[in-house]
Design a protein around this ligand. Structure first.
Ligand code: ACO
Length: 397
């Protein structure tokens, strides 16, 4: 049986579409059974984008043409976010943490004690959407507002779950600095704020990954920005996408000291376990984001001991991968040194994934705007592999 391209008009196998609509048949795609199928959409081009370029073979990442390493050195998250949204590199561009609307604070107070911070952030964005009603198409103003809102919401949730009152943002601080200030109730150490800002720059955009694709699919239906970002947060919550840095921390804790790394890593690989912070679907070279974050971590005051262990363990892991899997290039990925930075600025591990979401808000917003301007419903097809057409059994009444 040939599946139909429309939701509600199944065609019978003995009724070729051409006999009903000859004009449409000329442009109709081949039947699904004759088209190539790519599990996980691997290698499928599903959009054209001018936002970011992930060059996996050469380990390059560009935002609107600018290399990520230079953006971390010379820019702030405020400048980078505006660059992603508008294509313009402006010295004066700035993002400041927003005050929370009352319905969001009320909703955060109502969440059960055991709520995961990713669920809290998704809920906060949903309530923001109900309150703000950002209509399609998404605009730079909407995206800027939501990006400035999200760190305040996550910080408020963290304080509420610890029995503390949310604090108002100090709007003289950067978005990253304001996030730390609202978490801890005092202005942050400027070096920590700069390190987290650099992490935000590195996490801001990465092509058509699962959460960005989810965001684009939702916007393509002409649904609103808040719905698209809730979907994106849901996709990022999955451990295959946004969960690795916390596991890097526990992995290094388990290894204990660099001398024990060789044995630990060989045993883990022999068991078929994954070594967290290594390997990538796209990169076949050292992840440029890992290189940028390693530099940031090296500049952080209290990280020297942890980093010393991390660097030595990294050398061991890369040597063993080269030896055991010579045909597959498995290098350090962004999450390895993201763990160092997030830990160094004092975040608890369960805030690592939603903090990644705060950073990625810029990229999601840019893709939402770009998708809306393309204004094309994303609706792929599935190859039908179920039972053939058959009559519904009669129950005899
Ligand atoms: N540890 C051990 N083996 C690995 C690792 C790893 N970290 N990464 C890849 N491999 C091996 C696999 O065992 C497999 O070996 P085999 O061919 O002998 O079976 C081979 O490399 C290919 O693995 P796939 O999962 O098919 O490769 P893919 O490119 O889809 O994997 C992934 C990418 C999921 C990130 C993988 O490298 C992994 O699990 N890494 C650890 C988790 C991690 O660090 N995730 C963060 C990624 S960065 C990000 O999402 C922002």
């Amino acid at each position: 049986m040939t599946p139909s391209n429309t939701e509600n008009a199944p065609s019978k196998p003995d009724e070729p579409a051409a006999s009903k609509a000859p004009a449409a048949a000329a442009s109709a795609p081949k039947p699904a059974a004759e088209r190539p199928y790519s599990p996980g959409l691997e290698g499928v081009l599903a959009a054209e984008t001018a936002i970011g370029y992930v060059d996996g073979a050469n380990g390059r990442l560009l935002y609107r043409g600018y290399p990520i390493g230079q953006l971390v050195e010379k820019g702030t998250y405020g400048q980078v976010a505006e660059l992603l949204w508008t294509g313009e590199w402006r010295r004066t561009a700035r993002l400041v943490p927003a005050e929370l609307p009352e319905p969001v604070v009320c909703a955060l107070h109502e969440l059960p004690e055991h709520t995961h911070p990713m669920d809290a952030l998704r809920t906060a964005v949903s309530v923001w959407g109900a309150w703000r009603r950002p209509h399609w198409p998404p605009t730079v103003d909407q995206v800027r507002e939501l990006t400035s809102f999200a760190p305040s919401a996550l910080a408020a949730f963290h304080r509420i779950r610890n029995g503390q009152d949310p604090v108002k943002p100090n709007q003289k601080l950067s978005l990253a600095g304001g996030f730390l200030q609202q978490l801890n109730g005092k202005d942050p150490d400027p070096a920590a704020a700069r390190a987290l800002d650099a992490y935000f720059v590195v996490g801001a955009e990465h092509g058509l990954n699962a959460s960005t694709f989810t965001c684009r699919v939702i916007i393509s239906t002409r649904s609103d920005l808040a719905s698209a970002i809730c979907g994106a947060i849901g996709a990022l919550k999955g451990p295959l996408h946004g969960g690795a840095p916390a596991e890097v921390v526990s992995q290094l804790h388990e290894i204990g000291s660099p001398e024990k790394a060789d044995k630990w890593v060989r045993e883990a690989i022999a068991r078929g376990d994954r070594i967290m912070g290594f390997g990538h679907r796209v990169y076949r070279a050292y992840d440029p984001r890992a290189a940028a974050l390693r530099k940031v971590a090296e500049g952080m005051a209290d990280m020297a001991d942890w980093l010393d262990t991390a660097v030595k363990v990294e050398d061991v892991v890369l040597r063993i991968f080269g030896e055991l899997k010579p045909d597959r290039v498995i290098k350090t990925n962004v999450e390895y040194y993201a763990a160092a930075v997030l830990q160094g600025v004092g975040l608890p591990p369960d805030l690592f994934p939603p903090t990644f979401a705060l950073a990625r808000m810029a990229g999601w917003g840019a893709h939402a705007i770009e998708q809306a301007s393309a204004d094309k419903l994303i609706r792929p097809d599935a190859r039908y592999v179920g039972p053939p057409e058959t009559d519904v059994p009669s129950f005899g009444h």
